[in-house]
Design a protein around this ligand. Structure first.
Ligand SMILES: *[C@@H]1O[C@H](CO)[C@@H](O)[C@H](O)[C@H]1NC(C)=O
Ligand SMILES: *[C@@H]1O[C@H](CO)[C@@H](O)[C@H](O)[C@H]1NC(C)=O
Ligand SMILES: *[C@@H]1O[C@H](CO)[C@@H](O)[C@H](O)[C@H]1NC(C)=O
Length: 348
């Protein structure tokens, strides 16, 4: 999540770029090993919850490639990841034995091997909501026709984590959205976008997709303040919006799993909401001391470029939230434990 409007084009372009890159670099099917149950590649789509630095060279306020971001990343590098350390994709890839870091697809010096083992197309501020132009279905269909590509793409594991940004920054912050939609119709619109996105991925050849639900956005420090809660309890209106999306998304995933089975599509719902909410509800149990304040501050202006070159944040291990929106690496690690459990149960 971040402070700018979403760019669903990022996803459209991402697919397009992925296919072009794969077309250019992938050897013919006969040269490759058999599709193994072992995971050979992980591709990540989504917003700043999983962006490893795709916005670094883009014109946007949603960036994190300066200190104090990355203060606990190897070498203390501010890579563009929206946290003090690694991103969830890195942790997932590492735990599954694929590689230590998932690089951004827009990163400098991307190698053939990076592409073949997975990259992240996620970028801060993006979401399912296609506000601007998107890639046409025709383009996708033409590209997906390439058998080799489809094969490679079909062996990978995919994760998407988005939607929170649409709710927090598009629905709740932009007044015209609320004139145009009520919450229920806006959620339906997001669900429809998410389903279409999934079908596009599947058309492209993706088979195994883990879907992160929207986190409890009302518990992030900035939304607690925006919601007007002096005693620091989570904002229930924003959390209910997340829950509404998540319950509908779960139903859609069940429906798609039943319907699309014939195309080998296998979707798993990842309950990001509960995994993060449980930390907020029992911080001490999970080893945290502060659930409602961000380590770098708690307002809307305590995230992204607004805290560039802020002094390093000490005691980060006490905090669930790093800045006004984004969890700390320690909080993400707990989430990832659960993600892996679901992945192993449903996608392997
Ligand atoms: C998966 O990887 C392990 C370790 O590299 C290897 O021993 C095993 O045979 C692989 N499994 C398959 C199905 O290829
Ligand atoms: C929300 O909008 C939809 C379509 O515009 C309408 O059918 C529905 O009754 C509205 N729901 C509420 C609670 O206002
Ligand atoms: C999803 O695809 C359907 C069928 O092509 C289309 O009618 C609908 O408008 C799309 N939804 C969104 C949000 O783009």
């Amino acid at each position: 999540m971040c402070l700018c409007k979403c760019h669903a084009t990022a996803q459209g372009c991402s697919l397009f770029v992925l296919l072009l890159l794969l077309a250019a670099v992938i050897p013919p099917a006969s040269c490759r090993a058999n599709p193994a149950r072992n995971i050979s590649a992980i591709f990540i789509f989504g917003d700043s919850t999983v962006d490893p630095g795709n916005n670094n060279n883009r014109l946007t306020l949603s960036k994190a490639n300066f200190p104090p971001y990355g203060q606990d990343f190897p070498g203390g590098l501010a890579t563009g990841r929206f946290s003090n350390g690694k991103a969830m994709g890195d942790m997932i890839a590492s735990r599954l034995g694929v590689k230590e870091l998932i690089p951004p697809y827009l990163g400098d010096g991307l190698q053939l091997d990076d592409l073949l083992t997975g990259v992240a197309f996620a970028s801060g501020g993006s979401g399912y909501d296609p506000l601007t132009s998107k890639i046409t279905k025709e383009k996708l269909r033409t590209l997906v026709g390439e058998e080799t590509m489809t094969q490679v793409v079909s062996e990978a594991l995919y994760f998407t984590s988005m939607g929170g940004n649409d709710l927090v920054n598009n629905y709740f912050l932009i007044p015209f959205k609320q004139d145009q939609y009520n919450l229920s119709s806006y959620v339906d619109f997001l669900i429809s976008s998410a389903v279409n996105f999934t079908l596009q991925l599947n058309q492209m050849g993706a088979k195994r997709i883990g879907y992160f639900g929207i986190p409890p956005v009302g518990c992030s420090p900035s939304q607690i303040i925006l919601g007007g809660h002096p005693s620091k309890e989570c904002d229930q209106i924003r959390n209910q919006a997340s829950e509404l999306f998540n319950s509908k998304m779960k139903m859609e995933i069940d429906r798609l799993n039943a319907e699309q089975n014939i195309y080998g599509l296998n979707l798993a719902y990842i309950d990001f909401y509960s995994y993060l909410l449980q930390l907020t509800q029992q911080p001490e149990f999970y080893g945290f001391k502060e659930a409602a304040e961000g380590c770098c501050g708690s307002t809307l202006f305590d995230a992204s470029i607004f805290i560039a070159y802020h002094t390093p944040c000490s005691n980060v291990l006490d905090y669930i939230y790093w800045d006004g929106f984004h969890p700390t690496e320690k909080a993400y690690r707990t989430v990832v434990d659960n993600v892996l459990r679901v992945t192993e149960e449903h996608l392997m």
